[in-house]
Design a protein around this ligand. Sequence first.
Ligand SMILES: Cc1cc2nc3c(=O)[nH]c(=O)nc-3n(C[C@H](O)[C@H](O)[C@H](O)COP(=O)(O)O)c2cc1C
Length: 207
Amino acid sequence: MEVTGGAYCHEPTDQVLARSVRSGNVSVMKLVLLAGTNRPESNTRKVVAQLEAIYKDLGYKPTVVDLAELPAEIFSPSSYAAKPASFARFNDAILASDGLHVVTPEYNGGMPGVLKYFIDMLKFPESFEHRPVAFTGIAAGVWGALRPVEQLQAVFGYRNAHLYPERVFIPAVHGHLGASGGITTPEILARLKAQAAGFAAFVQTIK
Ligand SMILES: Cc1cc2nc3c(=O)[nH]c(=O)nc-3n(C[C@H](O)[C@H](O)[C@H](O)COP(=O)(O)O)c2cc1C
């Protein structure tokens, strides 16, 4: 079924998605949420959990890929030539996805090293070629991970991914997270919801 909507036509995204859910089209769309750090207890993972709940409310069942779960073997220099079997599920999730939503923190003015390393370990070129990708950035500082998101846009642009243009930046992230890990600031929650709905419509359009 062809679906248009969101930022690309005049019909509101939620109406487009509601129609898609009714038709059963939405449930077959495979979305991956990528937590772009392996830092234990990261705020990135909390924002991923928030986005997962948002996508579920929209009728999707996203797969979470968490870099904190990467097997130690992938960090062996031999992995450039031969990937360990334990890495297969990570690459398979990316390859099976219709759309990839990356959440990145800012580390030293850039993306975490482990996120770039993960990208370098994935199959070339099929992991990102023509794959729709969205970006959410989080940071302790005031720029809300603008720098790592723009670095990622350059990398994914190089890899011929379809870049979803609506990005979300969350500055001073600690002040927007509640005790249970959810986003407590209504305006930021609204931006994440709009991004998720818009990205889902974008993926449907390309699919
Ligand atoms: C190694 C490291 C470097 C960081 N560098 C920056 C930075 O350059 N700018 C910034 O705003 N926050 C920086 N932070 C703070 C993170 O943005 C903050 O921890 C935030 O919660 C997101 O990261 P997390 O997912 O690891 O929690 C850094 C944190 C770490 C662990």
